[in-house]
Design a protein around this ligand. Sequence first.
Ligand code: F6R
Length: 617
Amino acid sequence: MCGIIGYVGFKEAAPVLLDGLRRLEYRGYDSAGLAVLGEQLEIRKKAGKIDEGLARLVQTAPPQGSNGIGHTRWATHGPPTDANSHPHTDASGRIVVVHNGVIENYALLKNRLQLAGHKFLSETDTEVLAHLIGWHYQARRGSSGDLHPLAQAVADALREVIGTYGIAVLCADHPGLIVGARRGSPLIVGLGQGEHFLASDSAALVAHTRDVIYLQDHDLVLLTPQRHEVHRLQGEASRVEISRLEFDTAAAERGAFPHFMLKEIFEQPQTVRNALRGRLDPEEATARFGGLNLSPGELREFDQVVMLACGTSWHAALLGEYLMEELAHLPVEVEYASEFRYRNAPINKHTLVLAITQSGETADTLAGLREARRRGHKVLSICNVVGSTIAREADGGIYLHAGPEIGVAATKTFTAQVTVLTLLAVLLGRMRMLGAAHARRLLAALEAIPAQMQTVLQLREQVRRIAHRFAQAEDFFFLGRQFNFPVALEGALKLKEISYIHAEGYPAAEMKHGPIAMIDERTPTVILAPHDSLYEKTVANLEEIKARRGPIIAIGTEGDTTLAQKADEVLLLPRAPECLWPLLAVLPLQLLAYDIAVARGCDVDKPRNLAKSVTVE
Ligand code: F6R
């Protein structure tokens, strides 16, 4: 959440920062700001999206200088106002800070500083950090040490801080220097020729350089045009490794699509292919992965799986539970990472823990991973962002290869996660009870999914029409059984996050235990009713809704003639094995959410109150 960009070099900093902020805007977009250090220190900041606020301000009064830091905000402390936007300054106005994360003890620190006469202009925790750095900077003045005085002040301040941070700091006394530090919030150094960059996300760097250093928690970095120095806040030796960014810049462009979300929905046949590439072993009727770092013997030893995730990734995990139980007969617990980390859940020692996350930076999933590793479990990540913190901290992992997902609502990463979980279930199943013939049929069906997705996407116009019919509804239900229950949850989440319609997902049979009281002629229900082993039971649930005058959008399989007689709208999808059909069924739900949100005039790619990567707890 929130984005940071820093530049020190020979170019004018403001355009570099603005460009970086635009690329980071999907991370948080309620306000933005920058500080540029040239002859003087100049700050511009404004509530609202970049192009409506900050960009205009910079155009009217461009700050001059080749050293600067910028920030795009997702509010934690204080509403999105100009005053609460970053950067924030210390009491002298000579030190500026941008910050991602949360300073948990900020109230205590603020109180102490106020007693010492400090006045604050915002409600943010970041301003408190800026003042604290300034206070240490003044206190250390004149004393000599190994570390640069600004870096020393930052280190001293951070030692007092409880919470998470990725920060970038400038000081008017030291032109040509940026100090950065991280704990729990990502920060990447970009290496250039005679210039350096600092960013919270590689998306802001790829236009400038592919050579990067992923900072570790407790790293402190000093950047000048010619030098980068990484120190450890806790005094140990730093481990600096230069990595190469693999990033297709075209993949981060919208192209002819009106929104990233629509582009990403339509990319799914390709992203599922990417997730499968090189991972099918038809001869052995199994799957293989390069980065698990576990021997077949170790994989065979596990007798339980725990999955940690949040949001859409949690829905993929839930589907993973059904898949692993069915294909590998393994008991699975799916945990909200935010709950798992504080619970004392008994987990037996032969448990494989999976951290499932698109961004690889979700604070709760990261904390859950650390807790599981602390307890001595092997943790594998299933992750999209290469080099992300979770991917690096896990014992091994599987990348989704879905390319950058810019739309805030996850779409293509969900289907890539499900694809990878299916492969993993086959791999674990083949070490247990899954027969070769069954596995081979399943893998062949999985390979056919991308082409079937293409067919499903041809329903776009039909979905759009349905979306217009129901766009003014204020409540929606999504129902599904078994493998389609997580899809129902995901359909409801997609709809509410981008259209702000209240939506709930339920196992179809659960409605009569309470939620059916909500059904009336204004409350549509989307029901997933494939021709599977529970078809008749699902249709009976559909009848129960219909009897209460609830409008029904049924999603079934081709050849079905019953649904058309009972539902108000029907979408028919190709046939697939029960456990794979969700990969098709989620597509019309994503499209429905998209088209309803567009019809309601919502900002699909940047829905209110949300941000792409949730790095606060
Ligand atoms: C919903 C959405 C969120 C994320 C959740 C976890 O569309 O994107 O619910 O799924 O914040 O994020 P990751 O997968 O990055 O851990």
